[in-house]
Design a protein around this ligand. Structure first.
Ligand code: NAD
Ligand code: TYD
Length: 339
């Protein structure tokens, strides 16, 4: 089987490729990635000389490139996206372009080339936000109500993917997952930002009151869920994927990380201006995915955090390189305005 992975040089895509080639060594993987600031081929060092792996530098909004790579693949796993909420608040244009237009280009090409399965990776953020102190969770019947330019663009892409199934019978599946964390995550997102700031002796910026809640999913658990959807998922269906987390506020999560790393939270936390339109709480009901596919997350938050801290400690060179250059400019702009 030949799989086209879009955005495979990013955080989740690279974890998926490394996992897939290890477990399905007779398959072929083509990775189409534009290598934006978030794309990093160093994530894929382990497979770069594997004859079953090929990297193509290209943009999913470019029809010609997409048609060329799509011509002989069996399935598509579509990760490529602009993925950071804060960046979408600064400038929404690349989000609309890549997430909506790019997905459309891929769908057209998938149809033309009679792709056997188009799996679209989406987010729980399309559902909006839940109130604090409830047991309410997002489920597949929850109405879309995105709040940020990022989540609105992902919602747009989800609707297009479903429309191509309903209208043209394109064999699609969709997964909406919660906040991932783990190896190779770009340190603009909360957990790797916190770990690497601690390793650099810097403070961790907490937005607003810090009482925001996310549903934390270890990336390997996510990748296993995608594997099961590709193997056993029903065409046309949506699967929700979440972590093994009881509600935990950003503040408590960061305190836990600081303590696990042996430091004093009082010295390392800095409250900064809140994110505009900040979603209060996310929580995902993944019971249908469990019932249908036999999937459940294996990593408790404690174990996942321990492994993630260890990975960042062992991979100093990786994140130090990532944190220099373009990222440094973004970080200065983003956090200067919040203090
Ligand atoms: P990421 O930002 O780490 O990686 C995105 C990748 O897409 C990068 O390699 C980038 O170069 C590539 N890319 C961007 N624009 C492109 C374009 N126009 N053409 C080709 N490649 C392009 O993102 P991630 O965290 O790995 O997320 C992957 C997917 O999962 C995204 O669709 C995201 O919306 C979704 N998701 C992520 C999370 C999370 O917590 N990280 C949670 C829910 C859903
Ligand atoms: P983030 O990792 O950006 O993911 P998302 O916005 O997609 O959920 O943020 C996770 C939570 O952490 C979110 O509530 C915003 C908050 N946050 C901070 O408090 N400080 C930070 O520096 C960042 C990046 C996020």
């Amino acid at each position: 089987m030949k799989i086209l992975v879009t955005g495979g040089a990013g955080f989740i895509g690279s974890n998926f490729i490394l996992y897939w080639l290890k477990k399905h060594s007779s398959d072929y993987v083509v990775n189409l990635d534009k290598l934006t600031y978030a794309g990093n081929l160093e994530n894929l060092r382990e497979v770069e000389n594997n004859s079953h792996y090929k990297f193509v530098k290209g943009d999913i909004t470019d029809r010609q490139t997409v048609d060329k790579v799509m011509s002989d693949v069996d399935i598509v796993v579509h990760f490529a996206a602009e993925s950071h909420v804060d960046r979408s608040i600064i400038d929404a244009s690349p989000f609309v372009k890549t997430n909506v237009e790019g997905t459309h280009v891929l769908l057209e090409s998938a149809l033309k080339h009679k792709i056997k399965r188009f799996h679209h990776i989406s987010t729980d953020e399309v559902f909006g936000a839940l109130p604090l102190n409830t047991t309410e969770k997002f489920n597949i019947k929850t109405c879309y109500n995105p709040h940020s330019p990022y989540s609105a663009s992902k919602a747009g892409s989800d609707h297009l993917v479903r429309a191509y199934h309903t209208t043209y019978k394109l064999p699609i599946t969709i997964s909406n997952c919660s906040n991932n964390y783990g190896p190779y995550q770009f340190p603009e997102k909360l957990i790797p930002l916190a770990i690497t700031n601690i390793l650099e002796g810097k403070k961790i910026p907490i937005y607003g009151d810090g009482l925001y809640v996310r549903d934390w999913l270890y990336v390997e658990d996510h990748v296993r869920a995608i594997e099961l959807i590709l193997q056993k998922g029903k065409v046309g269906k949506t699967y929700l994927i979440g972590g093994l987390t009881k509600d935990i506020s950003n503040l408590d999560l960061i305190k836990m990380i600081i303590k696990t790393m042996g430091y004093n939270p009082d010295e390392l936390i800095e409250f900064v201006k809140d994110r505009p339109g900040h979603d209060r709480r996310y929580a995902v009901d993944w019971s249908l995915t469990q019932n249908e596919l036999g999937w459940s997350p294996k990593y408790s938050l404690k174990r996942g955090i321990r492994e993630t801290i260890e990975w960042y400690k062992q991979n100093n060179k990786w994140w130090k390189r990532v944190k220099s250059g373009e990222y440094k400019k973004y970080y200065t702009k983003q956090y200067k305005e919040r203090r």
